[in-house]
Design a protein around this ligand. Sequence first.
Ligand code: NAD
Length: 557
Amino acid sequence: MTISNPAKPPKSHKSAIAPKRGADLMHDPLLNKGTAFTRDERLKLGLLGLLPPQVSTPEEQAERALNNMRKRGSDLEKYIDCLSLLDRNTTLFYQVVMNNIEELMPIIYTPTVGLGCQRYAHIFRRARGIFITRREKGMIRDILRNWTQKDVRVIVVTDGERILGLGDLGANGMGIPVGKLSLYTACGGVPPAQTLPVTLDVGTNNETFLKDPLYLGVHEKRITGAEYDALVEEFVTAVQEVFPQALVQFEDFANHNAFRLLEKYRDAVCCFNDDIQGTASVSLAGLYSAAKLTGKKLSEQVILFHGAGEAAIGIGDLCVSAMVAEGLSKQDAMKRCWFMDSKALVESSRKDLQAHKKPYAHEHAPLGDLLTAVRELKPTALIGVSGKAAQFTEDIVKEMARINKMPVIFALSNPTANAECTAEQAYSWSEGRAIFASGSPFPAYKYDGRTFVSGQGNNAYIFPGVGMGVVACGAKRVTDEMFFEAAKELAACASKDDLAQGCLFPPLSKIVEVSARIAVKTAEVAYKRGLATEPRPKDLLAFVKERQYKPVYPNYA
Ligand code: NAD
């Protein structure tokens, strides 16, 4: 779908009142039209002479922006270019991104955003979002009020401790809330003015950053314990007061905080943790699609997770709910999910297990390595969420292919360099029989006359739609049932043709439509469970689509 944006709107196009004039208008990215301001607008709004005389159409502007970006020598430079456009002209940024989502998602999101975060302090151009440190304790309400937009509906907040699979990046982690929120808009349709990126800069234990004078965060070790909890509590409370309709997405917190914070706040405020719940949903969708190829129901699968953190346990828990929905008892369903952590197999004799792993500590002899675990447990699906690269070795993939006609292999760790194996390895080592998905994208791969276009098992398929659904119906809470329904809907969006080429998800080019369908499912759960605050419209899909953001300039003439 190409979004066209006529420079000269039809006569019927209602004119809007510009809230600013002159240079102030041009320097507000949400209002700026750049060279697309028409002659009439320039005359009316004090812009004459401030722009080159030729009026560009939005299509010409998009072409110029895209050409410039493509000429950059590296992905990091393209990322910087994209963010600069976002900072100058929000509408044009979204027009370019939405019309070229397959090309630009890997730039504005994983994998390039990971590099953008690592280098954040060195490539910094302009601040975006809100930074809160321990020095602002007692002032968080006022800080939130400093944000110029008053109708915030989605906040993505991180404390930067576990950025993608890259570890503690402190305040540099801000690239992630910024990137995720741009997908809330580009994929889900949440208006950009309603989004707010937040970093709780509680310090960093990253020694390289602490020694770097250019590092822009607080040059202190992380605060922990009661002081940390009090800061988060003040932030969550302040959001309820200043932006009472906002959904809070907890993002890239380390797992010792992520599970706790989710438990503490999930029934108290409108929030969720994307690493736990969003990842679970997209993975379950992938498993549902895989089931269509293998002919085996989810409740017949044995799933071995490499990693036992937020993503793994989140996926495990949602798979258990899905297996229970297919008729298994919870106990039997849990027994079909096995986990390896950095030490060994999670099993009942282990005395060192964190609380989130204990429910899955089944009885089994200790097993130290993944290959032995695959041989012993005979999984039908192997899911990599350890953040550690190259863990799915040739031996392991071959063993999966020996015990399964169509082994399900998901290498979900991000960014690309951390993937457990590549698409090429999964297909070639399994002689083209693997059903593969990865967290970051891999190019299409030809094997034995077939072209495999593996899908991106990334939560970007889920959170924008769930977020749009929450915003559309004014949901008071976000529930696991919403992620379950989202998973089913996402799997239903993958066509026979997608599956035939090895892709378990619909193409990204359909993401706006897919997100609208997921938003509907999310809102339906909210209405069913009495969690919606907006009246239910007759046609929910039409209502959501109507509310989805379109990157079209207003007519100020
Ligand atoms: P986490 O820190 O909560 O968990 C990591 C887990 O991996 C821990 O249980 C740890 O013990 C285990 N581990 C570490 N090294 C290991 C090893 N050598 N062998 C076995 N287990 C090992 O992190 P998380 O939030 O679960 O994220 C993990 C990875 O998943 C990251 O790379 C992240 O980018 C990726 N992820 C991908 C998506 C997606 O949409 N594809 C979503 C969320 C997370």
